[in-house]
Ligand binder design. Sequence first.
Ligand SMILES: [Zn+2]
Length: 226
Amino acid sequence: MTDDIHRCPLCSVPFKLEDVCADDITEGTCHAECLEGSPVVDLETGDEIPDGKISTYLYREVMEPRIFDESGKGAGFELTHEALVAALTIPPPQTHVALLDPHAQGLLAAQNNVIDGLMAENDRLRKMLAGCDWYWPEDDTSSEACADGPWQIAENCDVKPGDVFGYSRGGIVETRYYGFLDPAEDADSDDEFEADEPTREAAEAKIAAELQRRAALATTEGSDNG
Ligand SMILES: [Zn+2]
């Protein structure tokens, strides 16, 4: 037999769960009925047991997997295919956020804020690194030694084939906007006034505000004097 159906090797009839079976020493599980009249032997010694009684069992006792219900008791074979699938299927997830209490929801929102911040920072750093596309010999980061890539350093420094050298990569880490004014007359020190801002608009606005402040100061002083 080449199919998957388990049959009695003696009569070739498929086993049913309620069949009474016995073991044949060479054929394995057979119908007890089919083995009737065969000599019964001691499995340890192989010796025939005169008037020996064949030991029998129900086919279901050995050939079907045991299925247990939640109580731990065997549910036997009454479980239908559908019940078995239901027992083995993980129920679809509930909407987890809806199940969170307000405190947990607050924690989750805070976590998401942190993640958003980190992602923005990561994005900023990635752009910064992309702008670092200049190269120097490891021990000379002067502007004269700056090159477009390690191959150019090898050329400039006359590196011999087979030699290994270190090189450093660098470049623009940040672009800011800078402007200055002569020290204000009312300043405590004689340092120049400086604007150093992340955007051109901010730097220009800071310079403009300082010029306006100085102009107002001059007018006030002028009227005081006049
Ligand atoms: Zn049989």
